[in-house]
Design a protein around this ligand. Sequence first.
Ligand code: ADP
Length: 267
Amino acid sequence: MAKKAPAPSSANPLPGVKNIIAVVSGKGGVGKSTVAANLALALSASGATIGLMDADIYGPSMPMMFGLRGERPMMKEDESGKGKIIPIEKYGLKIMSIGFLVDEKQAVVWRGPMASSAIKQFVTDVEWGELDILVIDMPPGTGDIHLTLLQTIPLTGVVIVTTPQDVALADAKKGIAMFGQAQVNVPILGIVENMAYFTPAELPDNKYYIFGKDGGKNLASEYDVNLLGQIPIVQAIREGGDKGVPVVAGDDEITKAAFRDLAGKTI
Ligand code: ADP
């Protein structure tokens, strides 16, 4: 297991959380949220207690991916009388998303400081309790929310999601630079190459490298970090996300095994 990065400030606001993994991508649309959701479920299936924080304030995916659209979290008071938001539980995960707090048709048009303050509240005002691992689905890119989280909580490490396509790889390098650089120095747990290839059902021995071949694998060796997995393009993955039943909570055994393998290599 990777060593925890030093706490960014004196007090750790999540003392009950043993590990915090941020799932990041340079570019949007590469499957970061899909990987975060299924990684969280695969870790949970191995017996760990898992929370999932949807930190993508501007484009929250988790309410839809978990079939929780329109759900609103309950509140409770802690011992000091402070109001706490109780994460919504689904498939054994504790989940929190801005999508549970704002109307889904409303765009979140906040400047950086507003978004940063919302994300701080996701850390301090949510009753995460005791968790083995908190998985954070980060917004794409390298912006205010990333910096805020880095300054607020001690990250155990970062998982980088990319497709094998050059434009995605170029942006993934920026993510590696942000987290791996000397000042921040959060361990990179590894790279997930998503949408690595496509195999049609009628040609089970064929692989079509639609977005290029081995881009994530080569990136991992270039930066000397682990390749956690090469996830193919699978219709069930897309359908699971749209139906609110991520594949790891469904019955596509091959895809479930791929995410189980990925979870085993992550931590
Ligand atoms: P991001 O969080 O990077 O913006 P998403 O996880 O929302 O990306 O994925 C973008 C779209 O691609 C979604 O419709 C999702 O269901 C689909 N998708 C992601 N990974 C795969 C995959 N391996 N196979 C098929 N569809 C996928």
